[in-house]
Ligand binder design. Structure first.
Ligand code: FAD
Ligand code: NAI
Length: 463
């Protein structure tokens, strides 16, 4: 038998690596198994970080090419060096994944390189070596969801992974799925010059967001040049040397049509990744969607085996995985780790950004909760006007009786950053009036939040 540990975490994404670090901080002997050549999981290698690097670079390019002139900054002959942009993205990723390696060394977390498998409760096999451990944490994340009739080759028909690596700007990019990946990566390539068509099965983009927000955002993206084919499904995609022929059909049934694309991005969701883990043999139960079933404290059906992050239920977000990693490590150390699932923010890093926390109006209606709404547009915010970024609005939802803040939704410049005060407000059980009476710096984008909070009580000042 090889070395033994208190905790072995399988998977070094934001859930797994954070869980490993926190457990080590709390005095446990910890190992983390990762089969990828670098730490950081989907998020740091092929997800959050490379996508945000390209979003930032493409935003800079589009601003220099189209927006600076309005500020009196005249630049002629703005050119794209895509190879340099991609190289910068790789540098950003490399710095981040090396950072996790440094943190493992600092906290004395052992990286077991290779594919981990649950050999039995209390035993993890990595290749031919079996390690003993008191606790096993499954944090193996997720993978792109396939679609029948659409075969991914990561060149012409790509997932997000291939879409982050394109070496030329496609003339026409067709995105299947109007969710977060489709809109973020669609934005990258649209800003760099591609015509982008989004084919979405439902009658709205971002279907889990507040409807008013997703409708407003759809109009903003359409103004930026996006074409939306809502209520439409793709039934086949045939790639040749030069492009892809797609067959589209109305979701409700009807006449098929064809659409030609240079590149197709398949982004219809992600599914939990449990292949090769030996979960069935170990008796670990999965739910109807293939996710590892856990109780409220991340325990699976087998004592001593836990699971966190994308591989279990809940939003597939890096910060949700991290919160679970920390809380689970604390529980394993005998503390009272806890995650408030009512206060998990979601941000779409397009421009403008879309950010939300808590309940949507549709959810409150379905739950029969009486609520009040306060809204404020960025057109009436001095800072947004000075920036030349007036698209979007803040929408707050508060309990009609108690004024407690139940949901916050923002489309607008830096929405993801300014949302943070509302996440804190919801975490602390604040009322709309608490936010309205808080002094906000002038001129700042967050004054739009204060005004929306005032609007909940019907007393916005600048509208
Ligand atoms: P993962 O990050 O998927 O990590 C799991 C790790 O486990 C992987 O490294 C994998 O190699 C390893 N592994 C799997 N099986 C084994 C095994 N048997 N043995 C050893 N290792 C194994 N979320 C956000 O919050 N913000 C964003 O901006 C954002 N952008 C994204 C952009 C894209 C393009 C994508 C695809 C995702 C994005 N996400 C974002 C989602 C985010 O990446 C995930 O929610 C997050 O990575 C989940 O973390 P995790 O630790 O559960 O799993
Ligand atoms: P998604 O769930 O966000 O969106 C998928 C979309 O595809 C939905 O609108 C859905 O209705 C649609 N769809 C499903 N089947 C379809 C079909 N057959 N034809 C056409 N449309 C179809 O999934 P996405 O965009 O793939 O992203 C996966 C996950 O990754 C996200 O849910 C999110 O958790 C995470 N992510 C988070 C980011 C962030 O936080 N900024 C960025 C990127 C990804």
């Amino acid at each position: 038998m090889a070395a033994s540990f208190d905790v072995i975490v399988i998977g070094a994404g934001p859930g797994g690596y954070v869980c490993a670090i926190r457990a080590a901080q709390l005095g446990m002997k910890v190992a983390c198994v990762e089969k990828r050549a670098t730490l950081g999981g989907t998020c740091l290698n092929i997800g959050c970080i490379p996508s945000k690097a390209l979003l930032q670079s493409s935003e800079n390019f589009a601003a220099a090419a189209h927006d600076f002139a309005a500020h009196g900054v005249m630049i002629e002959g703005v050119k794209l060096d895509l190879a340099r942009m991609q190289a910068r993205k790789a540098e950003v990723v490399s710095a981040n994944v090396k950072g996790v390696e440094f943190l493992f060394r600092k906290n004395k977390v052992t990286w077991l390189k290779g594919e981990g498998k649950v050999a039995a409760p209390g035993r993890v096999a990595v290749g031919d070596t079996v390690y003993e451990t008191k606790h096993i944490v499954i944090a193996t994340g997720s993978e792109s969801m396939p679609l029948r009739g659409v075969e991914v080759d990561e060149k012409r028909i790509v997932t997000s992974t291939g879409a982050l690596e394109l070496g030329t700007v496609p003339g026409h990019l067709v995105v299947i799925g109007g969710g977060v990946i489709g809109l973020e990566l669609g934005s990258v390539w649209a800003r760099l010059g591609a015509k982008v068509t989004v084919v979405e099965f439902l009658d709205t983009i971002l279907p889990t967001m507040d409807r008013e927000v997703s409708r407003g955002f759809e109009r903003i993206l359409a103004k930026q040049g996006f074409t939306f084919r809502l209520g439409t499904k793709v039934t086949s995609a045939k790639a040749d040397d030069k492009g892809v022929d797609l067959t589209l059909e109305p979701a409700a049934g009807g006449k098929a049509e064809t659409l030609r694309a240079d590149v197709v991005l398949l982004a219809i969701g992600r599914r939990p990744y449990t292949a090769g883990l030996g979960l069935e043999a170990a008796g670990v139960a999965l739910d109807e969607r293939g996710r590892v079933k856990t109780d409220a404290h991340w325990a699976t059906s087998v004592p001593g085996i836990y699971a966190i992050g994308d591989v279990i239920a809940g939003p597939m977000l890096a910060h949700k995985a991290e919160e679970e990693g920390v809380a689970l490590a604390e529980r394993l150390a005998g503390q009272a780790g806890h995650v408030n699932y009512e206060a998990i923010p979601g941000v779409v890093y397009t421009w403008p950004e879309v950010a939300s926390v808590g309940r949507t109006e549709e959810q409150l209606k379905a739950e029969g909760v009486a609520y009040t709404v306060g809204k404020f547009p960025f057109t009436a915010n001095g800072r947004a006007r000075a920036m030349g970024d007036t698209d979007g609005f803040v929408k707050l939802l508060a309990d009609k009786k108690t004024d407690r803040l139940l949901g916050a939704h923002i489309v607008g410049p830096d929405a993801g950053t300014i949302l943070a005060e509302l996440v804190t407000a919801i975490e602390f059980g604040a009322s709309a009036e608490d936010v309205a009476r808080t002094c906000h710096a002038h001129p700042s984008l967050s004054e739009a939040i204060k005004e929306a909070a005032l609007a909940v009580g019907g007393r916005a000042l600048h509208m």
